[in-house]
Structure formats: structure tokens, C-alpha cells
Ligand binder design. Structure first.
Ligand code: BES
Ligand code: ZN
Length: 605
């Protein structure tokens, strides 16, 4: 396991402390012209060379403390990008700083960026740009030490056409008309809390915002602002609940930005500005757990960070644990258990998809030569949660275990940690219960593929009873009495079984009218179920959902489901190829792999 600060060098010779970014957006060419000044601290004497991560960047010039520096771009790696080797024209000693300035230009195909045409936006008038840097895409936007082991503050000035608004994962710090071009505006940002590069984020578009709490606004195109303000009205309550559980919120502002439908994730915990998919706008706040999740990352992930992507479960497992503690406080213990049970099912699905012997189902996988985007699944979330829940039971319940989590956050705040450091602290904190901790099969939990060695006992619930019904007894009230959470779980349970007979899904439609449901979690599961039962009429609906929005959690399985329906395979592939150019680059790449179409003409490989 490595914890190298840059993907390419094998020694930790220096660390970045601060970034000063100047970004000039060119929507016509789909590039950012950038200048970044990195304040770099040497960790060794006679320090005179460093390597930065880049990906598809054009490097114009490099200087060190204002003096020109020699640089060389190395060979391109398939997913790590290209190392930028720099020689300083002088030496510095351990503890000294140097300011490295790199002038560069991004590529129109930068993996961190999606450039949208006006037609792809809700307002249809203005173009739009958004970034998604996690896990290792920041390097396609900014040359940097693109590793979660390094934390720095940042300051940024973003130059955009005057009809557009720029926001970043930082505090807003004013704006001014570009003194050189009064058709453009410069937006300024400061992030005074040290954070890893994957949390740098930018959005530029025709954005508006509305206040939803004392430290929160929602941002989106004007078409969605009111809907978003309603959907996320519980934000301040969630923040306060999280602070009671985990300690003070140190990031100042907590805003939420609703992105266009092609945003590839449900949510992204960019500091001061959570990014959210519009598929959360259910109209009834029923998907707000995603906000509780992103809020929780303000402690686990953004304050205490995984040192490498092999320890990703430390970010996501603890965050799911906190997210469910928030729902325990705001709802009930029963609801937490219900969500935990659903999570176990998601874990089961991931293990089935990857295969129970696949090393990527380890809680702590080896990512040597594995693209973190390919490794992404529910495993770090739900195996991580299951381990923490198991430990909670062993150590004396939620209050006791939350004491540990809070103390872990305090101890490791502003740093990056490995699983070993986490475990050592667990044993220190519970020093009186070491005998119990020693009985845990740590090797099975962490380094063995498949389901965890221990299955927790959850309270059974309505959907489990509903599953037992036979066809003749289907009645409208079965589903009417279920909340949208319960209906989602009910459909998940059905998805774990053999495909339902076509007559059953047709009957379900007739009685429950699930086609009329707009809640994205319900619709997604229902359409999968229908396609799996080979209901031809559901294919266009499934493909519509797969292309109208681009959240990978929905789009990838929907495409895969239709492709498995032999008769519609070609139609699905052709549809993907027709949409590919307008899709998010990461989503398009992963679906091409899923569908095994890697050439632009659609030939299978
Ligand atoms: N940080 C993740 C999203 C992510 C992970 C992006 C890895 C890129 C690489 C975010 O916090 C997340 O987990 N989102 C989930 C929310 C859910 C677990 C409540 C999502 O997108 O669905
Ligand atoms: Zn997360």
C-alpha cells in the first residue's frame, strides 16, 4: 500500500501547502487557461526537483520563485495521466518553501470537466461547466500533487463571461468586472481550511440562489431553485444534529448546488458547497438522506481524510455511519435500522455483481494498477458501515460508539489516515475492551472478499411481509400503505429474487401504477424489474431514464439491464453511441466498458 503524494514518485519529498489559482474560462474552445502558484514545502535537504500530476494538460511554462524552471512531461499512463517533472534552478532545505508557478491549458476532453451546450441546460440560453475531481481527476484541471494524503488551502480568481456566475468549493470572496474586458467578470474565492485536491470544485453557469438557512443557500439554474429550496429545507437541522454528534462545523458556509441531470453522482461533498443531482428533487424530501450524507463528510472525509484510495472506506463507511446517526436523531432508531438493512442488501448486490471472490469486494482492496473509478461500488460504504455497526454492538451501543467516532475525528482532524491508524486508535480508545476487540476477525472483515463474517440482526419490516404475497391477492392498498422508503426497499427485495413472471409485473402495473411514480429511486428499481421480466413496453421507459439523467448509480445498471435483453441489445448500444458525445466523460467511459463498446464506430471489442 502506498501513500505517495504524487501518483508517480516513490518518495515523499515535498508537500503543497497552498494553491493560488487563476482560471480563465473559454466556452468556445471548451478549455480553461490556467495559472497556478503552488506553495511547496521541502521535506528533505538539497531539494531541487519535484513531480506534479497532470492529465491531458498543455504546459506553457513553469517557474520557481519567479525564475524559469526546466520541465518535462513523462509518458502518459492510462488513468494516472502524465507526470510533470520539474527541476528547480536552485536548491532549498528541509522546511523551506518554494512557489512553483505553472501556466497551462486544459483539454476539451478533461476528465474532471463536463462542458454543456445551452441546449443541455434547463434555461437553454447559456453554456454550463461543472467539475467532478474525486477520485483523481483534479490533475486534468490543475497540475498538482493529486493525492488525498496532502492538504492545502486555496485562493482562486475565476474569469467568466458576464452573463454567467462562478461558484467553487470555498467561501465566496467578492467579484469585479475584468479590468481588461468589460464583457467578463472575475469571481474570487478563498478556502482557508486545508483540504485535499479532490475537493477542489467549480461550476459556471446561469446560476441563481436562495437562502435556506443561517449558513446555507441553494444554487441552481433558476428553473430549479424553488423546488430545491423546498426539498432541502431540513439542511440547518441536519447541520445542527451533525454538530451535536461530531463537533463544530469548521467550513463556515454550507451551500447546496443542484447540477444539470448529467451529474454522475447523487451528491459530492465539495467543501462549503455540496453538489447534488437533480434526481434528488422528489418533491417530498424523501431523498434528503443524501444531504445528511454529504453534510457528514464535513467531518469524515473532508476533515479526516483517507490517506490513499485503498482506505476509501474510512471516508465512506464513517460517513454512512454518521448519516444514519443523523436519521436516528431526526427520525428514530427503527428508521436507522431500516436503512441499515437496505444497505446490507446493497452490499449483497455489489458482491453479486463483482463476484464473491473478487478482491475489489475487500473492505481494504489493493488498488495497484486499478482505476478507482472502476473499483467504485457499495462495498466501502456498506461493508464499512456493517463493520462500524458490528463494533457499535460489541462496544456498548450507539452512544458509546459515537464517543469513539467523535474522538477519532478530533484526533485526526486536518490530517489523512490509514486503516491501520484508525484501528490502532480504536484499540487505544477502547483499551478496557481489548479482549472483545481481539475476538473480531479483522482479516475477514478487511482483507477477504465477499460478504462480512458477521451478519447483524435487523428488525424486520413491512416490505418483507409484503414480499410473501401471491398474485391473486395484489391490491392497491398494499402499496398505498408503504412510504416511498418502504416501496424502494420492497422493489429492492424483488430485484434480489429470480425475475418475476411477466404476468406479475403487468399485474403490479395494473394495480399499483408504478409507471406513474417519479421518485428516482423507485422508478429505477421498478424499470429494472420490468426489463428483467422481459416486458417489452418498459424498455423505452428504461432507456429514457438512462439517458434523461446521468447519475451512474441509475444509468449504468439500466443500460446493462437492457443490453442483457438480447432483442434490445443493439438498440441500447446504438442509443448509447448517439448520446455519448453529450455525456459526462467518466460516465461515457464506464458505460462503454460495461457495454464492451470501446471504439467510436460501435464495434464490440
Ligand atoms: N464522495 C461520494 C461520491 C464519489 C465517490 C464521487 C467516489 C467520486 C468518487 C459522495 O459522498 C457519495 O457517496 N455520494 C453518494 C451518496 C449516497 C451514499 C447517500 C451517491 O452519489 O449516491
Ligand atoms: Zn460519500
Amino acid at each position: 500500500m502506498s501513500s505517495d503524494p504524487c501518483s508517480f514518485c516513490s518518495f515523499t519529498r515535498c508537500v503543497t501547502k497552498h494553491l493560488n489559482l487563476n482560471l480563465h474560462l473559454d466556452f468556445d474552445r471548451r478549455v480553461i487557461r490556467g495559472k497556478v502558484a503552488l506553495t511547496v514545502e521541502a521535506l528533505e535537504d538539497r531539494f531541487s526537483a519535484l513531480t506534479l500530476d497532470t492529465r491531458d494538460l498543455k504546459i506553457v511554462s513553469v517557474s520557481a520563485n519567479g525564475q524559469p524552471a526546466c520541465f518535462n512531461l513523462g509518458p502518459k499512463h492510462s488513468f494516472k495521466g502524465t507526470p510533470l517533472d520539474i527541476s528547480l534552478p536552485f536548491d532549498i532545505s528541509r522546511g523551506q518553501h518554494v512557489i512553483m508557478e505553472v501556466t497551462y491549458e486544459t483539454s476539451p476532453s478533461a476528465s474532471a470537466l463536463q462542458w454543456l451546450t445551452p441546449e443541455q441546460t434547463a434555461g437553454k440560453k447559456h453554456p454550463y461547466l461543472f467539475s467532478q475531481c474525486q477520485a483523481h481527476h483534479c490533475r486534468s484541471m490543475v497540475p498538482c500533487q493529486d493525492s488525498p494524503s496532502i492538504k492545502h488551502t486555496y485562493y482562486a480568481q475565476v474569469n467568466v463571461p458576464k452573463d454567467l456566475v462562478a461558484v467553487m468549493s470555498a467561501m465566496r470572496d467578492g467579484q469585479e468586472v475584468d479590468p481588461q474586458d468589460n464583457n467578463r467578470i472575475i469571481y474570487k474565492f478563498r478556502q482557508p481550511v486545508p483540504m485535499p485536491s479532490y475537493l477542489i470544485a467549480i461550476v459556471v453557469g446561469a446560476l441563481e440562489s436562495r437562502e435556506i438557512g443561517p449558513r446555507s443557500r441553494v444554487w441552481s439554474e433558476k428553473e430549479f431553485v424553488d423546488k430545491a429550496a423546498f426539498e432541502f429545507s431540513e439542511t440547518e437541522t441536519m447541520l445542527k444534529t451533525a454538530e451535536d454528534l461530531a463537533g463544530p462545523y469548521v467550513w463556515g458556509q454550507y451551500d447546496i448546488l443542484v447540477l444539470p441531470p448529467s451529474f454522475p453522482y447523487g451528491g459530492m461533498e465539495n467543501p462549503c458547497l455540496t453538489f447534488a443531482t437533480p434526481t434528488l428533487l422528489a418533491g417530498d424530501k424523501s431523498l434528503s438522506n443524501v444531504i445528511a450524507h454529504e453534510i457528514s463528510h464535513s467531518w469524515t472525509g473532508n476533515l479526516v481524510t483517507n490517506k490513499t484510495w485503498e482506505h476509501f472506506w474510512l471516508n465512506e463507511g464513517h460517513t454512512v455511519y454518521l448519516e444514519r446517526m443523523i436519521s436516528r436523531c431526526m427520525e428514530s432508531e427503527q428508521f436507522r435500522q431500516f436503512k441499515a438493512m437496505g444497505g446490507w442488501k446493497d452490499l449483497q448486490d455489489s458482491v453479486n455483481t463483482f463476484g464473491a471472490n473478487n478482491p475489489l469486494t475487500n473492505l481494504v482492496p489493493s488498488l495497484q494498477d486499478v482505476d478507482p473509478d472502476d473499483a467504485f461500488s457499495s462495498v466501502p460504504y456498506e461493508k464499512g458501515f456493517a463493520l462500524l455497526y458490528h463494533l457499535e454492538e460489541l462496544m456498548g451501543g450507539p452512544e458509546v460508539f459515537m464517543g469513539f467516532v467523535k474522538s477519532y475525528i478530533q484526533l485526526f482532524a486536518y490530517s489523512s489516515v490509514t486503516t491501520e491508524e484508525w484501528k490502532n486508535y480504536l484499540f487505544t480508545y477502547f483499551k478496557d475492551k481489548v479482549d472483545v476487540l481481539n475476538k473480531v476477525d479483522w482479516n475477514a472483515w478487511m482483507f477477504t472478499p465477499g460478504m462480512p463474517p458477521v451478519k447483524p440482526h435487523w428488525v424486520t419490516s413491512v416490505p418483507h411481509q409484503a414480499k410473501e404475497q401471491d398474485l391473486s391477492s395484489f391490491k392497491e392498498s398494499d402499496v398505498k400503505m408503504l412510504s416511498s422508503h418502504q416501496l424502494t426497499e420492497f422493489l429492492s427485495l424483488l430485484l434480489q429474487e429470480n425475475p418475476l413472471p411477466l404476468t406479475h409485473v403487468k399485474k403490479m402495473q395494473e394495480v399499483y401504477d408504478l409507471n406513474a411514480r417519479t421518485n428516482s429511486e423507485i422508478r429505477f428499481r421498478w424499470l429494472r424489474l420490468c426489463v428483467r421480466s422481459r416486458w417489452e413496453e418498459s424498455v423505452p421507459l428504461a432507456l429514457k431514464m438512462a439517458t434523461e439523467q446521468g447519475r451512474m448509480k441509475f444509468t449504468r445498471p439500466l443500460f446493462r439491464e437492457v443490453v442483457n435483453f438480447e432483442k434490445y441489445r443493439d438498440q441500447a448500444v446504438q442509443l448509447f453511441l448517439a448520446h455519448r458525445a453529450g455525456m459526462h466523460p467518466v460516465t461515457a467511459g464506464l458505460i462503454a466498458k460495461d457495454l464492451k463498446v470501446n471504439t467510436s464506430d460501435g464495434t464490440s471489442q
